[in-house]
Structures are given as structure tokens and as C-alpha cells.
Write a protein of this length. Structure first.
Length: 388
């Protein structure tokens, strides 16, 4: 046996951004796209084709049909028979309609991705959607439970009727209330420009990458809707593991309200500038039924039936109570106190003590004293902004 103690060859590396990564350790994270459908046969092919066209190498797609009665399952099966069998599409056809959150659960349980996207079957993704969101999640400058981008608004016939649909984080008033939010410059991207191009009677938009904006949980203390819609968000799987308990399966509509608010509370949001998908308004949307009057289309009217948003906040509080010790250990004392102060305003301090005190080792007298001081600090800061 001959031992060579001379200079050793370095293992082959590949460059990922500005970091050299050893060969074999540079696999892109798997992204699971869960398409939920209920009687959207008219829009299914557009949605599914938009997923096939994603410019990202590590994808899987689970299509959950929630007992549609319009022939959707047949359309899905025909589509799967036509595409490359190597593409990882799977169909989960539910025998009974269970509502939006139940469909999310069914698809999520079938998925394996590090990141998860829930897509409504009447929406579609632009080809750069997955890559753009993964890049934001892997940014060296910020990490969060979820990323959210803008979307163009189209009608039932595919006509573009609004350039952007975004949450109220775009409004000057909300920006002022989110003054604690520091803009985060992603080192790999810079600049902002939007260019429309019309070719062969179709419109395309090219948008160079732009700075990301991280919104920490505490910055959303007014409970504003800073997001776009279900199909514009990519979640970290670990966050969904925490918030999607079996107790939430009964949310038949507006399940995105629960997921967005709870995931944001435990991990914050990265807002990704630019439209990377299309949100469709066709008159049958459960939540967004307001009229598009300007280039800024914010949240819907909230006139849909189902659980009221107050009940959803009650459900979030119940989940925090049930998982108090785990969340306290996961987040740390101060972030956990911050979560409690958002869920339980100062006027509900006694309610918080009754709900949490004695049910969790994490919630003792010291914790509640800190929670109280945090609320006083927030109140003083708000008054300071008002009175200068």
C-alpha cells in the first residue's frame, strides 16, 4: 500500500450564488404543488399546463379533486395521459366534498416537498413562479415561513383586467403601520422594471428580479391583509406541519386566511415584488367578489359564507394553547411572547391568562409579566407615532 502525503486534490465544487458547494450537495429543494379543484373544469388545463411549464427542475404536483360534478376528473385523467409520464403528477379524487382545508390536507399528506404551493384550479402560475420563490426562500439575507408575490388579474375568458393584485402592504397607510419592516436587499438581485409586450394577440410581462421585503410577525399587529391570494404563496413545509392539525379540516372556504395569518405569526413573510401568476375573477370566487376599479386590486369583500374571521382567530388561539410548550421551545421566549401579544391585545389580557395559564409550563407569571410589558411598549410606540 502506498500512501501519498502530497497535496490532495480538492473535491469538485459547483458555485451556488457566491457560495462554493461540494458536488452532490447542490440538489435544488423539492417543491410540491398541490392543485385543489372543485367544479373548475373550464380552467383546469390552463392551470395544469402552467405547472408543466415551470422552469424549475425539482417538482411534484398533486391534484386534489374535491368530488366535482362537472367532469373535472375525466379532464385531469386525459391530461395526465397526454403529458410525459416522467413528470410527477398524481391525482387524488375525493369521494365526498370536504371543503378547501380538507383538500389542502389531502394534498399535503401526499406531498414530500421542502416547500409547498397550494394552487386554486382557476388560477395559473407564470413559468418563473417556482424558481423565483425558491430563490427568495434561500436568500442569505432573510428567511420566513412563507413567500408571497403579486399576480395579474384575468377574467373568466383570460382577458387581463388589472396589472397587479396585491395585499394592502402596497397601500401607503399600511406601509406606515409596517414601519418596523426593514427592506431586505437580496444580494443576487437588484433593480425594478416592468415591461409589457404584445405578440400574436397575447400579452407577456418581463420583470427583472427586485429587492425582497421581509415582514416580521410583529409588524402585522393591525392584522392587515398583506398577501395576495392562495396561488401566490409558497410555504415552508415545517410551518405547515405546525399549523395544519386535524382540528382545522372543517374550514370549508377561506382556509388561506387561517394559513396565512398563523404561518406569518410564527415565521413572518417575505414579499416578492412583481407578478408571477394570474388570479382569475369569474364571479364564483368565494372571497374576492369586489369590483376591480384601479391598477391596485387589494383584498376581496369578505362576503363569502363559512366561518367568520373572528372564529378563525379563535381557532388560531386554540392551536396556540394546544401547542404552547412546543411553540415556546421552537420560537424562544421573546418571539413567543410577541405571538401572544398579537393574539391577545391588552384588553384581552385576562382572557389570555385564563386560556394559557396552568395549561402549559411555558406560560407562568414571568411570561405574562413580560407579555404585559410588551403590550405597554407597543402602545407607547403607537402613541408616539400619532403625537410625534
Amino acid at each position: 500500500m502506498v500512501l501519498d502525503n502530497g497535496p490532495q486534490a480538492m473535491p469538485e465544487t459547483r458555485r451556488l450564488g457566491t457560495i462554493c458547494v461540494p458536488e452532490g450537495l447542490d440538489r435544488p429543494p423539492l417543491v410540491s404543488i398541490v392543485v385543489t379543484n372543485y367544479n373548475y373544469a373550464t380552467f383546469l388545463r390552463t392551470c395544469l399546463n402552467s405547472i408543466v411549464r415551470q422552469r424549475y427542475p425539482s417538482l411534484e404536483c398533486i391534484i386534489v379533486d374535491d368530488a366535482s360534478s362537472d367532469g373535472s376528473v375525466g379532464i385531469i385523467r386525459d391530461f395526465l395521459a397526454e403529458i410525459d409520464p416522467a413528470f410527477p403528477f398524481r391525482l387524488v379524487a375525493l369521494p365526498k366534498n370536504g371543503g378547501q382545508m380538507n383538500a389542502f390536507h389531502e394534498g399535503f399528506s401526499e406531498s414530500k416537498g421542502v416547500f409547498v404551493v397550494f394552487v386554486d384550479a382557476d388560477d395559473c402560475l407564470f413559468e418563473d413562479f417556482v424558481w423565483t420563490h425558491v430563490r427568495a426562500h434561500l436568500s442569505r439575507d432573510c428567511t420566513a415561513a412563507m413567500t408571497c408575490s403579486d399576480a395579474v388579474v384575468v377574467d373568466g375568458g383570460g382577458q387581463i383586467i388589472a396589472g397587479l393584485r396585491r395585499g394592502r402592504a402596497a397601500d401607503p397607510g399600511t406601509r406606515a403601520r409596517l414601519s418596523d419592516t426593514m427592506p431586505v436587499e437580496c444580494r443576487l438581485v437588484a433593480g425594478w422594471q416592468e415591461t409589457w409586450r404584445i405578440e400574436d394577440d397575447s400579452m407577456t410581462v418581463t420583470e427583472p428580479p427586485a429587492p425582497l421585503r421581509y415582514v416580521p410577525p410583529a409588524a402585522n399587529f393591525e392584522r392587515d391583509w398583506i398577501w395576495t391570494s392562495t396561488s401566490a404563496v409558497m410555504f415552508r413545509r415545517n410551518a405547515l406541519d405546525i399549523v395544519m392539525s386535524d382540528r382545522t379540516k372543517g374550514l370549508r372556504i377561506s382556509a388561506d386566511f387561517y394559513l396565512f395569518q398563523f404561518c406569518h405569526l410564527i415565521g413572518g413573510t417575505v414579499l416578492v415584488p412583481g407578478a408571477h401568476g394570474a388570479y382569475r375573477r369569474h364571479g364564483a370566487n368565494n372571497f374576492a367578489r369586489d369590483v376591480t376599479l384601479s391598477h391596485l386590486t387589494v383584498t376581496g369583500s369578505g362576503t363569502g359564507s363559512g366561518k367568520g374571521f373572528g372564529e378563525m382567530w379563535d381557532l388560531i388561539r386554540a392551536e396556540v394553547v394546544a401547542n404552547g410548550d412546543f411553540l415556546h421551545a421552537l420560537l424562544g421566549r421573546l418571539p413567543f411572547i410577541g405571538l401572544l401579544t398579537i393574539l391577545y391585545p391588552l384588553r384581552e389580557y385576562r382572557t389570555a391568562r385564563r386560556a394559557l395559564g396552568g395549561k402549559s409550563r411555558a406560560n407562568g407569571v414571568i411570561l405574562f409579566a413580560q407579555m404585559f410589558r410588551r403590550q405597554v411598549h407597543v402602545a407607547r410606540r403607537r402613541l408616539g407615532r400619532i403625537f410625534g
